[in-house]
Design a protein around this ligand. Structure first.
Ligand code: ADP
Length: 319
C-alpha cells in the first residue's frame, strides 16, 4: 500500500490532532503518500483533500479539535454518496483510509471497506461509548475538564449552602457521569444504566442533611437530561436552593491530556501498520492497556457494561 488517507468524523475529541500526526508521521516514515480529508466523509465525497507531509502536522500535538475538521454527512449513507466517495478514492489512488471517530463513523468505514477501500477505525470520542475498547481518545481530557468545571461549581455551591445539578455529556452512555461523579465526589450520580427516583435523591439528601452536610453537587448524564426541572423539584422537596448547569460543548475542547496524546500516538501508528499489512475493515482498540484490533462487524456487535461496582462505591463514600 503506497497511498492512504486520514479523516476525522462525527463528534470531535481532544487528541484527534495527535492521532492525525501519528498517522501522517508513521506513513511518512514508511515512504507512503498521505492525504488529509477535510470534514469527514463530506470531504471524501467532494474531493476536499490535500496531500500532507511530515511538517503539515508540526505543532498540532497539543491542539484540541481537529485540523481536518469534522462533520456528519447524511449523503454518505446513501448509495450515491458512497459511490461518489469510492470514485474520489480511485481517482486519487487512495488504497486505504484511517477513520478517527465513533461508532457511526465506523459503520461508514465498514461500508467503504465492503466497496473495496480498506479502512481502519480509531476510536475518537469523549463519550467512551464504543464497546470494543476500554478507552477512546478524548475521554481523559474531557474528564479533567468536567472535574475542573465542577470544582468551580462546588466553590459557589458551598458558599451558598446550595445544591447544583450538573449535566455532563455522554450521549446515551453514563460513563462520563459515573467517572466524573466519582472524581468530584458528587452527592448523587444519575445515569441511564441505573434506575433512579426523585424520592431516592431526596431521601439521600435529607439523610446527609442530618449529618450536617450543607451543599450538594449532583451529576446527571446527558442521556437522562432534564436538569432544570430536577433542580426545581429538589428545591421544592428539600428547601435547599438548587441550580442547574449544563456544561455543554466546553467538554469537547481543550489541549489533550498526556494520556490522550499517548493513546493517540499508539493507535495512529498501529492503524497505519495494519494497512501496511494489507488489512482493512478493522477497528483499533485498547484492552487492558494493550492496543489490539477487531473486525469492524465484530466491534459493532459488541456490548460493554458500565462498572456498577464503581457506582456503589461512589454512593457509599459521598455522604
Ligand atoms: P460518531 O462517529 O461520532 O458516532 P455519527 O454517528 O454522526 O458520529 O457518524 C458520523 C458519520 O458516519 C455520519 O455522518 C455518516 O456520514 C457516517 N455514518 C454513520 N452511520 C452510518 C451508517 N450506518 N452507514 C454509513 N455511514 C454511516
Amino acid at each position: 500500500m503506497k497511498t492512504i488517507a486520514v479523516l476525522t468524523s462525527g463528534g470531535d475529541a481532544p487528541g484527534m490532532n495527535a492521532c492525525i500526526r501519528a498517522v501522517v508521521r508513521t506513513a511518512g516514515a514508511r515512504g507512503m503518500k498521505v492525504y488529509g480529508v477535510n470534514r469527514g466523509y463530506n470531504g471524501l465525497m467532494e474531493d476536499d483533500i490535500y496531500e500532507m507531509n511530515l511538517r503539515t502536522v508540526s505543532d498540532i500535538i497539543d491542539r484540541g479539535g481537529t485540523i481536518l475538521y469534522s462533520a456528519r454527512s447524511l449523503k454518505f449513507k446513501t448509495e450515491e454518496g458512497m459511490n461518489q466517495a469510492v470514485e474520489v478514492c480511485k481517482k486519487r489512488g487512495i488504497e486505504g483510509i484511517v477513520v478517527i471517530g465513533g461508532d457511526g463513523s465506523f459503520r461508514g468505514a465498514r461500508d467503504l471497506s465492503l466497496k473495496g477501500i480498506p479502512c481502519i477505525g480509531i476510536p475518537g470520542t469523549i463519550d467512551n461509548d464504543i464497546c470494543c475498547t476500554d478507552y477512546t481518545i478524548g475521554l481523559d481530557t474531557c474528564l479533567n475538564t468536567i472535574v475542573s468545571m465542577v470544582d468551580r461549581v462546588r466553590d459557589t455551591s458551598e458558599s451558598h449552602d446550595r445544591c447544583t445539578v450538573v449535566e455532563v455529556m455522554g450521549r446515551k452512555a453514563g460513563y462520563l457521569a459515573l467517572e466524573s461523579g466519582l472524581a468530584v465526589g458528587a452527592s448523587y450520580i444519575i445515569i441511564p444504566e441505573k434506575p433512579y427516583s426523585l424520592e431516592d435523591v431526596i431521601k439521600r439528601m435529607n439523610y446527609t442533611l442530618k449529618l450536617d452536610k450543607r451543599h450538594f453537587v449532583i451529576v446527571v448524564a446527558e442521556g437522562i437530561g432534564g436538569v432544570a426541572n430536577l433542580a426545581k423539584r429538589i428545591e421544592e422537596e428539600t428547601g435547599i436552593e438548587s441550580k442547574s448547569v449544563v456544561l455543554g460543548h466546553v467538554q469537547r475542547g481543550g489541549s489533550p491530556s498526556a494520556k490522550d496524546r499517548i493513546v493517540a500516538a499508539l493507535m495512529g501508528n498501529y492503524a497505519v501498520n495494519l494497512l501496511l499489512e494489507g488489512k482493512g475493515n478493522r477497528v483499533v482498540a485498547m484492552k487492558k492497556d494493550e492496543i489490539v484490533d477487531y473486525d469492524i462487524y465484530e466491534a459493532l456487535s459488541m456490548t460493554k457494561d458500565i462498572n456498577l461496582n464503581e457506582y456503589d462505591i461512589a454512593m457509599e463514600i459521598s455522604i
